[in-house]
Ligand binder design. Structure first.
Ligand SMILES: NC(=O)c1ccc[n+]([C@@H]2O[C@H](COP(=O)([O-])OP(=O)(O)OC[C@H]3O[C@@H](n4cnc5c(N)ncnc54)[C@H](OP(=O)(O)O)[C@@H]3O)[C@@H](O)[C@H]2O)c1
Length: 262
């Protein structure tokens, strides 16, 4: 089975690093034109150069997706550059873990501003064109806490559960128009955020590989290792291509069996 995306235009948020960049590379390698969104222009420029090696049209947009005005202006630029958007991947995010009683109002608001509002706004901008052309794919990247929250995981588990509800509601609205909306629930996947976590542990007496392998085992990943960003991107590409034409309104754990629920 080939997951081709020839001629499709994909917008990916948080696309300059980690899972977002891996999806951009996979999509471009499968024939898609790709718009990359993230904040830091220098990191974006490097990602754009890498993704563009696949030979399809690639543009990078420096944009804080939590900023409504910036997001709307960026969307307008994407439409001016590409003409349309066929695939939207809401991926930008950040991790945080604290006991509930220590999470401030400001931290709740920041979390929702990054993890739920940009998805709502981008879906609202993407859906009319997708419906009109009778072809569209939306993928919301969440985490396994959306279905199975652990202790110390607010506010992210709450905003991810909202992402799950958004996914299912839009899947029902999009289905009659051949606009398919699904979620991917991340467990532990090797990405730049893990490199950052390793680097802040000054004097750590283990290699990066030992660090992520031990972390995955301690957390109980059934496959016994962290996932690779390319493995995640393969699943996203399946959903974003015609190969995924009968999958709608689901939330797939991409977690090596870590989640306690299906
Ligand atoms: N990897 C995991 O194990 C894991 C686990 C659970 C959930 N997730 C979720 O999976 C998604 C991808 O994670 P990752 O591991 O690939 O993260 P990552 O390596 O830290 O990359 C995050 C990307 O998002 C961008 N970004 C962050 N804040 C942004 C903002 N306000 N506006 C625009 N872009 C922004 C970053 O670029 P700039 O900083 O330059 O903006 C970067 O391109 C996130 O939603 C994350 O919460 C990942």
């Amino acid at each position: 089975m080939e997951c081709r995306m020839d001629g499709r235009v994909a917008v990916i948020t948080g696309a300059s690093m980690g899972l977002g960049k891996a999806m951009a590379m996979k999509f471009a390698g499968s024939g898609a034109k790709v718009a990359l969104l993230a904040r830091r222009p220098d990191v974006l420029a490097e990602a754009k150069a890498e993704v563009a090696k696949a030979g399809t049209k690639v543009e990078a947009y420096s944009c804080d997706v939590a900023d409504k005005a910036a997001l709307e202006a960026t969307w307008a630029k994407v439409i001016a550059d590409f003409g349309q958007v066929d695939v939207l991947v809401n991926n930008a995010g950040a991790s945080a873990a604290k006991p509930f009683e220590s999470v401030t109002d400001a931290e709740w608001e920041t979390d929702f501003a990054l993890k739920i509002w940009p998805a709502i706004r981008l879906c609202r901008m993407a859906l009319p064109g997708m419906k009109q052309r009778r072809w569209g794919r939306i993928i919301n990247v969440l985490n396994i806490g959306a279905k199975a929250p652990t202790a110390n995981s607010t506010p992210t588990s709450v905003s991810r559960a909202a992402g799950l509800a958004l996914t299912k509601a839009l899947a029902n609205e999009g289905a009659p128009h051949n606009v398919l909306v699904n979620a991917l629930l991340v467990g532990l996947i090797d990405s730049d955020q893990w490199v950052r976590r390793y680097n802040v542990q000054a004097g750590i007496n283990k290699t990066y590989k030992e660090f992520i392998d031990e972390f995955a085992k301690e957390r109980g990943v059934k496959i016994g290792r962290m996932g690779q960003a390319e493995e995640f991107a393969n699943t996203a590409c399946f959903l974003a291509s015609d190969a995924g034409s009968y999958i709608n309104g689901v939330a797939i754990n991409v977690d090596g069996g870590l989640s306690p629920v299906v």
